[in-house]
Design a protein around this ligand. Structure first.
Ligand SMILES: [Zn+2]
Ligand SMILES: [Zn+2]
Length: 370
C-alpha cells in the first residue's frame, strides 16, 4: 500500500492525502493553497478516478477548497464528513454521507469489505473530525487540524490506538510554545486590560476564532463588559444550537449576555469585531476610535501582508498573540507517545520538520510505502 502526499506536507495549505490500495484509493481532505494562486493538490486524472472514498476533516479552505476541482476532474466516489462541515462548505452533491459527533469515538463503521472508519472530534472548529481508517488490513490515523488545548471545542483525545501510519497536524512545528501557554498569554492580556479598565479590541473572523475569543472573554463577564458585532452574535447562536461540539465550560456561557458593538460608548471592556484584517472602512474608523481613547488592538491569528491590520502591526500600533488551533512538535510527540504508530508524517508546517525516530519527513509530491 502506498501513501502519497498530494498536498499539505512542507506547506501550510492544500492538505490532501491519498492512500492507494490494491482495489481502489481513499482520499483524506482536498484543500487548496492559501496563496493568491490557490494551488491545487498534485493529483492526476487517473489517480482521481480511482478514489472511491473521500473523508473531509473540516470545512476550512486548506482542507476542502479543491473539492469542486476534484469533481471536475473525474471524482465519482463517496464523501464522508460531519453535518457542520457539509453546511459550512455548502456541499450539495450525490453520495455525501454524514458522520455524527455523538457516534464517535470508539464506534466503528464498516463502509465495505475492505474499509472501516472510526471518527472523533478534533477540537479545532465546529464539525472538525479526526479519522482512524482500517483499509485492506492496514490501520491509518489522520488527525485533521487537531487541538487538545482549545478552551471552547471538545476534543476526543486520541490515545491507545495503534496504526501503520499516522498523518498528524504539526502546523506550529517551528514554534516552541504549546497551546496551553498561548492561551495563558491571551488570558493574561485580557486580565490586565480588565484590571486597568482599558479597552481591548480583538479583530477576528466571525466563525471559529471569533466565537472562541468571545466565549473566553465572557468568562470574565462579571468583571468587565463584553461587546460583539452582529455577525459574531449570529455565529454564536448557531454554535450554541450545536452543544455537542462545545466543552462544558463553553456551553455554560450561553446564559451570559454581551453588548452590541454599535452600542459601545467608550467604556472599558473587551470588544470583538468580525473583521480579522480590519479591511472594512468602518472597522478602520472603529479601530482609530479605540486607539484615540487609549485602547489597545490585539490580533490573534495570521495577519496578511498589505492589509490595514498588517500596517498597524508594523507601525507598532497593534499587538499580536497567537490563539492556538493546531499542534506544535511537542504536542504532536505527546500524541504519538500515547499511541503506537509505526510511521508518522507531520503535516501543515511551512517549514521543514526534522525527521525523528518513527517520523518521516515527507514533502508534497512524495510517497511512502505503508
Ligand atoms: Zn483548519
Ligand atoms: Zn488547516
Amino acid at each position: 500500500m502506498r501513501f502519497y502526499a498530494a498536498g499539505g506536507c512542507g506547506e501550510h495549505g492544500r492538505s490532501c492525502f491519498l492512500t492507494e490500495g490494491r482495489e481502489y484509493s481513499i482520499l483524506v481532505d482536498c484543500g487548496e493553497g492559501l496563496g493568491k494562486a490557490g494551488a491545487r493538490p498534485l493529483l492526476t486524472g487517473e489517480q482521481i478516478r480511482r478514489i472511491r472514498y473521500c473523508f473531509l476533516t473540516h470545512s476550512h479552505k486548506d482542507h476542502t477548497g479543491a473539492l469542486d476541482w476534484l469533481y471536475e476532474n473525474g471524482f465519482q466516489g463517496r464523501v464522508y464528513l460531519s453535518e457542520e462541515t457539509r453546511d459550512q462548505i455548502g456541499l450539495n452533491r450525490e453520495h455525501v454521507h454524514l458522520l455524527r459527533a455523538e457516534d464517535g469515538p470508539g464506534g466503528v463503521k464498516r463502509l465495505d469489505h475492505a474499509l472501516t472508519v472510526t471518527h472523533g472530534r478534533s477540537g479545532h472548529c465546529p464539525g472538525s473530525f479526526w479519522f482512524l481508517l482500517q483499509f485492506e488490513g492496514k490501520q491509518l490515523f489522520f488527525s485533521g487540524d487537531y487541538c487538545e488545548s482549545s478552551p471552547v471545542y471538545r476534543c476526543d483525545s486520541v490515545s491507545g490506538f495503534w496504526g501503520d501510519l499516522a498523518v498528524m497536524d504539526c502546523a506550529y512545528g517551528d514554534r516552541e510554545e504549546d497551546g496551553t501557554e498561548l492561551i495563558g498569554k491571551i488570558r493574561k492580556k485580557l486580565e490586565a486590560a480588565i484590571r486597568q479598565k482599558k479597552v481591548l479590541l480583538l479583530p477576528a473572523p466571525a466563525l471559529g476564532r471569533g466565537a472562541d475569543l468571545l466565549l473566553t472573554a465572557l468568562e470574565y463577564g462579571d468583571e468587565t463588559e463584553v461587546f460583539g458585532d452582529r455577525r459574531l452574535t449570529d455565529g454564536m447562536k448557531a454554535l450554541f444550537s450545536r452543544p455537542q461540539w462545545l466543552k462544558e465550560g463553553a456551553v455554560l456561557q450561553k446564559e451570559r449576555k454581551w453588548g452590541k458593538l454599535e452600542d459601545w460608548n467608550g467604556e472599558g471592556g473587551i470588544l470583538l469585531l468580525s473583521d480579522p484584517q480590519l479591511e472594512r472602512e468602518e472597522s478602520r474608523l472603529f479601530a482609530e476610535r479605540v486607539r484615540e481613547m487609549g485602547g489597545e488592538i490585539l490580533f490573534t491569528g495570521h495577519v496578511y501582508e498589505g492589509t490595514w491590520g498588517d500596517r498597524l502591526r508594523k507601525e507598532g500600533k497593534a499587538g499580536f498573540l497567537r490563539y492556538p488551533v493546531h499542534m506544535n512538535r511537542r504536542e504532536a510527540e505527546a500524541v504519538r507517545e500515547r499511541n503506537s504508530f509505526r510511521k508518522t508524517v507531520l503535516t501543515h508546517c511551512p517549514h521543514e520538520i526534522p525527521a525523528g525516530e518513527g517520523v518521516c519527513s515527507l514533502k508534497t509530491g512524495e510517497w511512502t510505502e505503508i
